[in-house]
Ligand binder design. Structure first.
Ligand code: HEM
Length: 130
């Protein structure tokens, strides 16, 4: 059972897919000024940030911490881009709450998303069906 959680990408993919969906739910609740539901959903999203980072870190330690060369470098950039994406999502939500401009947050969101998806799916080796 432990192997499934340590080496399989399914759990990680589930956590970030749910996290990104929750992010857009909070965003639309905030836009509709539904403050209480937005606050609760945002709390759940923050819990998912932790799940995303934990499952990603588990994948990294169990598969990439001991490898060398470009694979190691790409896995580090992929992981940092993942943390960056989480930070960008949080930044956008806080700025929307305060009524400030979200342009820089979205710019970071898109850059981090491109890095994470291209490295995660196209370059790194684990794949979905392992
Ligand atoms: C919202 C944030 C994140 C997104 C959207 C994301 C996305 C992805 C994607 C698309 C994959 C490829 C899955 C596959 O090949 O089946 C992946 C794998 C991985 N992620 Fe993340 N990730 C995020 C956060 C993180 C974080 C925070 C870390 C590290 C702390 C991390 C570390 C990893 C590692 C080590 C892999 C395995 C790479 C592979 O061989 O495919 N991720 N992630």
């Amino acid at each position: 059972m432990a192997d499934v959680f340590l080496y399989n990408t399914h759990l990680h993919i589930t956590t970030w897919v749910v996290g990104i969906i929750l992010f857009f739910v909070v965003l639309s609740l905030l836009k509709k000024s539904k403050e209480k539901p937005a606050k609760i959903t945002h709390m759940v999203l923050r819990l998912f940030y932790i799940f995303i980072i934990l499952t990603g870190a588990l994948l990294w330690f169990s598969n990439y911490s001991h490898v060398g060369g470009s694979l190691f470098a790409e896995s580090v950039v992929k992981s940092l881009a993942g943390v960056w994406l989480v930070a960008a999502m949080e930044m956008i939500l806080v700025k929307v709450k305060k009524g400030k401009s979200t342009f820089l947050g979205w710019l970071q969101f898109i850059l981090a998303l491109i890095l994470v998806l291209s490295l995660g799916f196209a370059r790194l080796q684990l794949g979905i069906l392992i």
